[in-house]
Write a protein that binds this ligand. Structure first.
Ligand code: ADP
Length: 307
């Protein structure tokens, strides 16, 4: 009886051990399956985003191409008929439209290339010490013609005249022009755009505020995702791909800074960029912030806005 009991106990212990082992294996298998499911879901989402991107990009490429092709055909017909002089009054208008659509294609190609460079880690900053107040003011000055022609009032404000920080001027220009072009896109005649530079000791705060259509709270974070567009129908007077803000965010983060948006639907939006106030030691020379091709950059960045 004793032996049976002992044997029974021994037998029970090993059975329990086997069951415990099986339970552990089942738990591991379940965890593995959950991970597999998550990975599958991530791949599915990435493929959907890729698909949307291709549809979006194709549309964005086709629109300026169609304008260019239609205008070329028009010129061709008039050349063949010998009636080019009859359209003299509108030639400049057609050339301007072709020009703007070339800039639009440039913007799109730049954004696609930079976006993929960022994804693969090949996008680099060229840092130098610069007066950020002057850099931003110069950018604002360069867009006043555009904003005025759209009936918008643009205001620059700052609490300091000079703040030297390490930044890549060309990339900061890209960030601010992108935010400004969005502010213009989603505003209406008579609205105001305010660009403010604040010295917050450890960091510089650059904000771009508009009183345009605004953004719903649930979209305030996702607008910085690649290819995210809230609602195409809302951007009545413009086109876009949803790449701009994700590029802007990456550039700000490469500067060790951060970007976020505050908004109220129907009242407007404010995009705030914080860049750390640091100087780089191996560059004691303060670089000139005059960018020779600024006008070209403005034309490229504002090319998807219809005037
Ligand atoms: P897009 O090329 O479509 O403008 P962005 O990445 O620049 O792409 O912007 C993503 C989306 O964020 C826009 O499609 C728009 O819905 C929203 N958005 C960005 N800036 C503003 C703004 N100032 N006011 C309202 N909506 C904005």
């Amino acid at each position: 009886m004793e032996l049976f009991y002992n044997n029974g106990r021994v037998g029970l212990v090993s059975a329990r051990k086997i069951i415990k082992e099986r339970d552990r294996e089942i738990k591991q298998l379940k965890e593995f399956m959950v991970k597999q499911k998550e990975q599958l879901e991530a791949i599915r989402k990435a493929m959907k985003a890729q698909e949307e991107f291709i549809v979006n990009i194709s549309h964005e490429l086709k629109t300026p191409l169609n304008v260019l092709s239609a205008t070329v055909q028009l010129f061709n017909i008039h050349c063949k008929r010998g009636s080019l002089d009859k359209m003299q009054g509108s030639i400049i208008k057609y050339i301007n439209s072709m020009n703007q659509n070339c800039y639009r294609l440039s913007k799109l190609i730049n954004n696609i290339v930079d976006s993929s460079k960022i994804q693969t880690g090949f996008f680099q900053l060229h840092l130098s010490n610069n007066n950020i107040v002057e850099v931003i003011e110069d950018i604002v000055m360069s867009v006043t013609d555009f904003t005025e022609s759209k009936g918008l009032n643009i205001v620059f404000d700052t609490d300091t005249e000079e703040k030297i920080i390490a930044c890549d001027v060309e990339k900061i220009e890209r960030v601010v022009l992108n935010l400004l072009s969005n502010a213009v896109k989603f505003s209406d005649k008579g609205d105001e755009i305010l660009i403010d530079v604040k010295d917050n000791d450890n960091f510089v705060e650059i904000s771009v505020k508009d009183n345009g259509i605004g953004i719903e709270e649930k979209n305030l974070e996702s607008i910085f995702d690649r290819f995210k567009q809230v609602d195409k129908s809302l951007s009545r007077n413009s086109e876009g791909t949803g790449i701009g803000l994700s590029l802007v965010k990456s550039i700000v983060e490469l500067h060790d800074g951060k970007i976020y948006a505050e908004s109220e639907v129907g009242k407007g939006s404010k995009f705030i960029v914080d860049i750390p106030s640091i100087n780089i030691s191996d560059d004691n020379v303060i670089h000139s912030n005059k960018i020779s091709s600024k006008n070209e950059s403005v034309k490229v960045e504002f090319s998807d806005i219809h005037f």
